[in-house]
Design a protein around this ligand. Structure first.
Ligand code: COI
Length: 356
């Protein structure tokens, strides 16, 4: 399917035509919402079964002011990307992983969730319906944002009686304003992102609202983002506001282990596998903040940020620099390996991509 072709929804009898040309400056898309043509909506009531999903024109949705998501934050989101291949077809990257993570998160947040099959079919349908918004190869990707929310009305604190699963999409380029240039982080020693027993390990909307304050203060001081420490010892690395963190020393690449306070990133997991396949030793463990002082390279991973090299980290007023103001060799190597797979430029021996 190429840009502007007539496309067909994969699991529904609905045919969706996207024939208009897309007026977008593909060379200058950042990470902001571009309204697209269609969104996907599926509901379920207290029986917990999602049915009758359909594509609708993208636009505002109606919510009861007493909806669980608005009052008590009963909501989760996901993020994945669709890439345009050179032959014009579209590749999704590991959509089943997002489906499984949503199911895990839903269990933690007392919500029903769509099945893996429902999730993947809905993503395919939404991407195909918005085909004309998938950027040309090498110009970015179509960011897919699934939401699961308690849309039913509650007043007393309780799980909502009705849920809505919704998917919208937006063409995106680089997440950080630095583009592919290294970002500058500050280690946060006052605010924490997550606590043991909390919800840091699932993609609930509240985890992201709670980091806005620290992120705002860091940006005012000129940093790109914040690196959080664990809430118990204030000593071990956790993650950055929107991505996971990796520290490189020689042939060893270390990243904080998944233990309930860190988001199990799909890019994180993919980079661990890619790095191991390239002969690196990857350690998932508690990483003390002091290890930043003598690291060779540091990089972040996430769906939105992909692999983002870190140029400096400031901790207790001390600034450590990496990569000689450029992109570290290993960060670059892993970035290239991952994005070649995602864009269909390299053969997918991992079986991670789904062709539309
Ligand atoms: C993603 O990387 O997809 C995320 O969900 C992070 C978000 C803050 C953009």
């Amino acid at each position: 399917i190429s840009n502007g072709a007539v496309c067909r929804a994969v699991t529904s009898p609905t045919y969706v035509e996207t024939t208009e040309a897309t007026e977008l400056d593909w060379d200058n898309i950042g990470f902001g919402l571009v309204p697209t043509d269609y969104m996907y909506v599926m509901k379920c009531s207290s029986d917990g079964i999602f049915t009758n999903g359909e594509l609708k024109k993208f636009g505002p949705i109606e919510l009861n002011p007493s909806a669980g998501v608005l009052n008590y934050g009963q909501g989760l989101f996901e993020g994945l990307k669709a890439y345009r291949k050179e032959d014009g077809s579209i590749l999704l990257f590991r959509p089943e992983e997002n489906a499984k993570r949503l199911i895990d998160g839903a269990s933690r947040m007392c919500m029903p969730a769509p099945t893996v099959e429902q999730f993947v079919d809905a993503v395919k349908m939404t991407v195909l319906a918005n085909n004309r918004w998938v950027p040309p190869t090498g110009k970015g990707s179509l960011y897919v944002r699934p939401l699961l929310m308690g849309s039913g009305a509650v007043l007393g604190l309780a799980p909502a009686p009705e849920y809505t699963f919704l998917i919208f999409v937006s063409p995106v380029g680089n997440y950080f304003k630095e583009g592919l240039a290294p970002i500058n982080l500050i280690v946060e020693d006052e605010y924490h992102r997550a606590t043991p027993g909390g919800t840091g390990g699932v993609k609930t909307i509240g985890n992201y609202a709670s980091v806005l304050k620290a992120q705002k203060l860091a940006k005012e001081k000129g940093y790109s983002d914040v690196l959080y420490l664990d809430a118990v010892h204030n000593k071990y690395l956790e993650e950055v506001s929107s991505c996971n963190i990796f520290v490189v020393k020689g042939n060893v690449i270390s990243t904080p282990e998944i233990k309930g306070t860190i988001l199990p990133g799909i890019t994180r997991k993919s980079i661990i596998d890619v790095a191991r396949s390239q002969g690196f030793q990857v350690e998932e463990r508690a990483v003390p903040v002091e290890e930043l002082l003598d690291a060779d390279e540091v990089f972040c991973t996430g769906t939105a940020v992909v692999v983002s090299p870190v140029g400096s980290i400031t901790y207790l007023s001390k600034r450590v620099e990496y990569g000689n103001r450029g992109v570290g060799v290993i960060s670059q190597q892993l970035y290239s390996a991952l994005t070649s797979l995602q864009m269909g430029l390299a053969e997918d021996h991992m079986g991670w991509t789904v062709q539309l």
